[in-house]
Design a protein around this ligand. Structure first.
Ligand SMILES: [Zn+2]
Ligand SMILES: [Zn+2]
Ligand SMILES: [Zn+2]
Ligand SMILES: [Zn+2]
Length: 235
């Protein structure tokens, strides 16, 4: 009884340290088969399918063989998900260092990734992660939105601050008596130009969706080519 418990403990300990050292020995047959299947899809050029298999393995939080990081990085590269691809090349190097079977390939892939990321930086049609940008739906590409002025409620004028709408102000004359004078601020009209919108009836503010850029990201991967139609609506 005591012995079997101790051996379970030992097995556990060894398992844990192997995970830390080289996780490949803990990979289940199921995962090995799945990775092999994904690899054959890659060889066939069906990276979308390979991507699905890899994501399923990740989702189920199974221990993955280190080479899967390389396969997945390559798949993501082919699907133009460069940031994610980069992450998996990092992961591969983290697991295998320079000893990995795919070290050379990973370094080549990282070189290509650098070029792609640079391409994103110089592309006008995508964000830094390579997602295509579309005209902002909130501000119609202006980067700003106009709202009815909340101080004058769109009237462009407000009650005069000085006479409070009366058109006259009361002043003490030299004898100390109240004397009515026409309001010098509003010229007796009782109202003045709204100090917030300056009479424009609306106020302009930065669009909160695109933060002023006029464009918002879509979930489409950019091909770094100009849009086909002039308005570059590509949804
Ligand atoms: Zn006034
Ligand atoms: Zn106003
Ligand atoms: Zn906007
Ligand atoms: Zn682009």
């Amino acid at each position: 009884m005591m012995n079997s418990r101790r051996s379970i403990f030992l097995v556990l300990l060894i398992t844990l340290s192997l995970t830390a050292l080289s996780q490949n020995q803990n990979v289940s047959q199921e995962v090995r088969d799945a990775v092999a299947m994904a690899k054959s899809q890659m060889d066939e050029g069906d990276y979308a399918f390979a991507n699905k298999i890899f994501r399923k393995i990740l989702k189920e939080k199974q221990v993955m063989p280190s080479e899967m990081c390389y396969y997945f990085a390559e798949t993501l590269f082919m699907l133009e998900q460069y940031q994610n691809s980069q992450n998996f090349t990092d992961k591969y190097l983290e697991l295998t260092g320079k000893a990995g079977d795919y070290y050379e390939q990973i370094m080549d892939l990282r070189k290509l990734l650098r070029q792609k990321v640079n391409a994103n930086e110089f592309c006008d049609y995508c964000d830094v992660n390579g997602y295509r940008l579309a005209p902002c739906s909130n501000c119609k590409q202006l980067g700003k939105v106009h709202q009815t002025c909340h101080r004058c409620k769109g009237a462009g004028v407000t009650t005069c601050r000085l006479c409070l709408g009366e058109g006259v102000v009361i002043r003490k004359n030299q004898l100390g008596e109240d004397e009515y004078q026409s309001c010098p601020l509003c010229d007796s009209k009782g109202f003045e130009t709204c100090q917030l919108c300056l009479g424009n009836k609306e106020i302009e503010s930065t669009c909160e969706v695109c933060l002023g850029s006029g464009r918002e990201r879509t979930h489409l991967i950019c091909n770094h080519e100009p849009p086909l139609n002039d308005d570059f609506s590509i949804r």
